[in-house]
Design a protein around this ligand. Structure first.
Ligand code: NCD
Ligand code: ZN
Length: 347
């Protein structure tokens, strides 16, 4: 039995860091584990220009704990009014590593998102030409579509036409949650990849309701059925380079979670790598862990893997911690599914 594993330092290919006090409070958890992260642009005022991205990058660098080399990789928030020229300008100064499509109204801070994919076809054309990846929140927002089917319907209504029109466009299908999503990615070529979160490896929709409605198990896309989770798990441990880790760690203060209209988003950064390792261990796939966490994503984004390593150990007793962090006068609770956490970083 394997009780310790050393892997190349992982990267997080999908992360929400927020701003101000929240940024300062959550950043150390990611910086301790990950070498780099693709930082999502859905701030209250979204990051839509090269200048804003560079300012935000500076603020993250300034908030890093002493001695940390954590590298934030910035993204641009796609809106109906983004132009091909914006993309070319940003490309020239290497301001963005991806452009993020949030369908308008799909999730937290997505009011400025795209209302109709056709409105941004000229931008997609420019991205295809220069090789800039499109990162997608893959859910339709049509109120007539069942919330658990929104990923599958997005494939038909958005991804298929985009792939037909822009076959060379690099696309990241973010936070994959469904068998339909996994099957679709498997049918595509190397231009279509997907990130997988720790929580979608662990949760099903039952967890949302277990012991009463639980907003701490609520994120978008919402966790789905056992069959869906199984497909996502199989994809993660398959060793297929198109699937890699993006935590989607998305902190919200307790006051935004514990109310009617609870915010969507799970803050998993502190427990993320432990839980991913635990799932790989349960599936007898620890030999596939390093590819998923530390190699495939880097390769897709055009980086070498990190030059350092981390070591994780399997504890005899569940890991104990405070399971919350302080942010100003509030707290942010850390992702704590029913499954006790056994795998932990060795400092
Ligand atoms: C994210 C957030 O809070 O910013 N929420 C979430 O449920 N995942 C936004 C997102 O990635 O959808
Ligand atoms: Zn996200």
């Amino acid at each position: 039995m394997n009780n310790e594993i050393t892997i190349i330092r992982p990267d997080d290919w999908h992360l929400h860091l927020r701003e101000g006090e929240m940024l300062a409070a959550v950043l150390p958890s990611s910086a301790k584990i990950y070498g780099r992260a693709i930082v999502m642009p859905n701030l209250t005022v979204p990051v839509t220009t090269a200048k804003q991205a560079e300012e935000y990058r500076r603020r993250i660098i300034d908030a890093r704990p002493e001695g940390s080399n954590f590298e934030p990789l910035m993204t641009c928030y796609l809106t109906d009014s983004t132009s091909a020229e914006d993309i070319h300008t940003a490309y020239a100064v290497k301001a963005f590593h991806a452009v993020k499509l949030f369908p308008a109204g799909a999730t937290t801070n997505s009011d400025n998102g795209v209302t109709d994919i056709k409105k941004v076809y000229s931008v997609l054309e420019a991205m295809q030409e220069i090789g800039m990846p499109l990162s997608v929140h893959g859910e339709v927002t049509d109120p007539e579509v069942d919330v658990f089917d929104r990923e599958a319907v997005f494939i038909d209504r958005v991804l298929k036409p985009v792939r037909e029109n822009f076959p060379e466009l690099k696309i990241i299908f973010e936070h994959l949650t469904s068998k339909a999503g996994v099957d679709y990615v498997l049918e595509q070529d190397e231009n279509m990849v997907a990130t997988i979160t720790p929580h979608h490896l662990l949760l099903t929709r039952n967890d949302l309701f277990k012991g009463g409605m639980n907003p701490y198990m609520y994120c978008l896309p919402v966790a789905k059925t056992f069959e869906d989770r199984e497909a996502v798990r199989r994809a993660a441990v398959s060793g297929d380079e198109r699937f890699f880790l993006g935590t989607d760690s998305a902190p919200h203060p307790a006051r935004a979670k514990e109310k009617a209209g609870a915010a969507a988003g799970i803050f998993n950064a502190p427990t993320s790598i432990g839980y991913v390792t635990q799932v790989f261990d349960e599936l007898n796939a620890l030999d596939k862990l390093e590819g998923f966490t530390s190699i495939y994503g880097a390769r897709f984004y055009g980086f070498s893997p990190n030059g350092s390593t981390i070591t994780l150990a399997k504890r005899e007793n569940p890991v104990e911690m405070d399971w919350q962090i302080k942010v100003g006068g509030d707290i942010v609770k850390i992702f704590k599914p029913d499954t006790p956490l056994l795998w932990d970083l060795v400092d």
